[in-house]
Design a protein around this ligand. Structure first.
Ligand code: ASP
Length: 357
């Protein structure tokens, strides 16, 4: 049995297979109408969501399965102080698969350690969002016809934007990828991605501040929202919130076949006037997200049926009882959770949130 916590849990071949299945689902939905009959997906959303939760629910319903769950922490026993692990153990008796979103980094991973059914990370704090990456991969594949030899501009909040972190991890495994990281100084990519992924694998990238200067060379422009809910200082958010706005004028300088992606929700970083431009792929991306989540549910359920045993937690060179000091890490709130670190190029990192310990 496997869970999807990080996009790196899947090999490139497995991602290719998911893309193939998603395309087949889109072309022949009727073949899949009963594929998950008598199976139940639990959506445990401790943080707001529109697309991710509803697309998971639509995905399971279109596979003929059932859905249960909650959409805010206040309506679950988390409000009474229940641990993520206990919630996951309990829900394992009511469902066959869990999709979990949580504000604490590493929470779905902790849930997967407690659950006896597969757990899908549907977004954990500013850390990772692997199923958005599945939607992004299918979108890039459909819009550009390939996942290799692309210059990808990532623009906006690269510090707190979890979708960017997962997308960089995924795209770094394809050949000929170059990143243009467009962000204000305060919202640059965190080191665990810049050093731990880009530098480690020798992926070419530049860090710039001007969207206008970068746009002409891009094949993909991935716009992101400034993540208001992650800022400790509201004044800092106010100062940075309008850092980038893609307008109809700015997109004129782009390649004719560039694709604009955005994980949504959009606040005002893309003018609505861009929506009618054929390069605007972000609403097509939401449909792709549903098809990839259908393919993912099918894969994880089939694997769990074939091999229900859980893999023990094993990380090369694990070091126990090294405290993590990231206030947003799940290890700060779950009292019983053992602190564990793993070696990386620049020191020991927490296994839950990836920050240096
Ligand atoms: N929907 C995406 C996420 O959950 C992007 C965002 O919220 O800005 O991370």
């Amino acid at each position: 049995m496997r869970s999807l916590i990080s996009i790196l849990d899947f090999s490139v071949e497995e991602l290719d297979q998911l893309i193939c299945t998603a395309k087949d689902i889109a072309a022949h939905p009727e073949k899949y109408w009963d594929a998950c009959a008598h199976k139940t997906l639990a959506t445990l959303f401790f943080e707001p969501s529109t697309r991710t939760r509803l697309s998971f629910e639509a995905a399971m319903l279109e596979l003929g399965g059932n859905v249960l769950g909650f959409s805010e922490a206040g309506s679950s026993s988390a409000a009474k102080g229940e641990s993520v692990s206990d919630t996951a153990k309990t829900v394992s008796n009511y469902a066959n698969i869990i999709a979990m979103r949580h504000p604490k980094e590493g929470a779905p991973f902790v849930a997967s350690l407690g659950a006896t059914i597969p757990v899908i990370n549907a977004g954990d704090g500013s850390h990772q969002h692997p199923t958005q990456t599945l939607a992004d991969l299918l979108t890039i594949h459909k819009e550009m016809g390939r996942l290799h030899d692309l210059t990808i501009g990532l623009c906006g909040d690269l510090k707190y934007g979890r979708t960017v972190h997962s997308l960089i991890e995924a795209m770094s495994r394809y050949s000929g990828i170059r990143f243009v990281l467009i962000a204000p100084e305060e919202l640059k990519l965190p080191d665990y991605v810049r050093v731990g992924v880009l530098d480690k694998h020798g992926i070419p990238y530049v860090e710039v501040t001007s969207l206008e200067d970068a746009i002409p060379e891009l094949d993909i422009l991935y716009m992101t929202r400034i993540q208001r809910e992650r800022f400790d200082d509201p004044a800092e958010y106010e100062r940075l919130k309008d850092s980038y706005v893609l307008t109809a004028e700015k997109i004129e300088a782009a390649k004719e076949n560039m694709a604009v992606l955005h994980p949504l929700p959009r606040v005002n970083e893309i003018s609505v006037k861009v929506d009618d431009d054929p390069r605007a792929a972000y609403f097509r991306q939401t449909m792709n997200g549903k098809h990839m989540r259908m393919a993912l549910i099918l894969k994880l359920l089939a694997e769990a049926e074939k091999n229900p045993a859980k893999k023990p937690l094993e990380v090369d060179g694990m070091v126990y009882d090294k405290a993590c000091h990231n206030a947003k890490c799940i290890s700060q709130t779950e009292q019983e959770l053992r602190h564990i670190a793993k070696p990386s190029d620049d020191g020991l990192r927490c296994i839950y949130c990836d920050q240096l310990v």
